[in-house]
Write a protein that binds this ligand. Structure first.
Ligand SMILES: *Cc1c(COP(=O)(O)O)cnc(C)c1O
Length: 379
């Protein structure tokens, strides 16, 4: 990091690697695809570099832009682009040497045209829609697509995958239906020796029968289960903290309005501290109502509207100084504000909340020396 900044995200790399190791234990020798889309779920792409060092098999991104960012950071390991292909991005995708998702004859044809023109081959996975109705070829059309792609002579077909719509709950009939539909495809195409993959985090947690040849857990790698209080593995814990430093302190008289719109009125003389983080960083306005922060190991309420760059906290009679560390997500002393708590407040989910924290917040990686370098999660 080049500049110091008074609000930041801390990532406990040792814990993150512990999460990956715990998942590796569960999946045995299957391949491990790590989704690092949306800035590694807000954790920052430095984790992708570590993933490369410790033997993750494949990184998953959503689009060209994300793939290009990985390559520009010197990450040379295999990358799979999950998202649908757009015609005007094909040349750039081919230049990045990433694995692509083919989900229709039309897309296959578009890519093939550029491959032939550029005299390139392309490693691809076929995406099958087993019921989510988002992207992917219908199961009954897979055979036709495969032979069509064989005929085009520019594809190295390495995988076949699908995505679960309801894996965040256990024992769900629709998840079971999708798994069965996918299983019958794996049987039909067994001779092709493809890498068959289906499980996201929910699949890992609730459906061991969804593991097949490779898994793609995102959220779980970052330490969260699909539901709060879910107890999948005691080793797997969050590794993300949101922190800031108090930037201002003032004593405010009784009956004063705090911030824009003066939506909060002090009921008596009190101490207000200002924290340099706001919705411009991804700390949402909806967190004002009932939101709390930790200062000196105690919880204090956010008061008034959250501004773009700042928010105010009422510390009552307590003591706090400019420069004190504030925890907005994470632990301080014996207190904790969990991401789940913040999600309830903002009527959001961990996925959305984590992706919402943007680049104005530097990511600080805590790794006790070379700790993680000795751990390999390669199969
Ligand atoms: C994002 C994504 C995943 C990871 O999902 P989680 O629920 O975070 O585990 C897996 N597969 C695909 C295709 C995805 O887009």
């Amino acid at each position: 990091m080049k500049w110091s900044h008074p609000a930041w995200i801390e990532i406990d790399v040792v814990q993150w690697v512990r999460n990956l190791c715990a998942i590796r234990k569960r999946i045995g020798t299957r391949r491990f695809c790590l989704p690092v889309k949306a800035n590694a779920y807000g954790h920052g792409l430095s984790l992708a570099k570590i993933a490369q060092e410790i033997g993750i098999d494949l990184l998953g991104v959503s689009c060209l832009q994300e793939a290009a960012r990985l390559r520009s950071q010197g990450i040379s390991m295999p990358v799979l682009v999950f998202g649908a292909i757009h015609e005007d991005q094909i040349d750039d995708l081919l230049a990045l040497d990433v694995e692509l998702t083919i989900s229709s004859k039309y897309k296959a044809e578009l890519v093939a045209r550029r491959c032939i023109f550029l005299q390139k081959k392309c490693r691809v996975h076929i995406e099958v829609d087993t019921g989510m109705q988002r992207t992917g070829v219908r199961p009954e059309s897979v055979a036709d697509l495969v032979s069509f792609m064989d005929g085009l002579k520019c594809f190295e077909l390495i995988g076949l995958y699908s995505h679960l719509a309801t894996s965040n709950v256990a024992d769900d009939p629709f998840a079971k239906f999708q798994i069965a539909a996918f299983r019958s495809l794996t049987e039909r195409f067994k001779v092709r020796q493809l890498v068959f993959h289906l499980a996201n985090s929910g699949g890992i947690i609730h459906y061991p029968e969804s593991y097949f040849d490779m898994v793609r857990p995102g959220l779980l790698c970052y330490g969260y289960c699909s539901q709060q209080h879910e107890n999948f593995d005691a080793q797997i814990l969050p590794c993300f903290c949101l922190k800031a430093k108090i930037s201002y302190f003032k004593v405010v008289k009784e009956g004063e309005g705090i911030g824009y719109g003066r939506s909060y009125l002090t009921r008596k003389q009190t101490r207000i501290v200002t924290i340099p983080i706001g919705y411009g960083d991804g700390y949402r306005r909806s967190l004002a109502e009932g939101g709390k922060v930790l200062i000196r190991g105690k919880r204090f309420p956010i008061v008034g509207a959250i501004c773009m760059d700042q928010l105010m906290v009422d510390i009552g009679e307590r003591e706090a100084y400019v420069g004190d560390e504030v925890v907005l997500i994470g632990k301080q002393g014996k207190e904790e504000i969990s991401l789940w708590e913040i999600c309830h407040q903002a009527q959001s989910i961990p996925y959305e909340m984590l992706c919402g924290f943007n680049d104005r917040l530097p990511r600080v990686y805590l790794d006790s020396a070379d700790h993680y370098k000795s751990s390999s999660i390669a199969q």
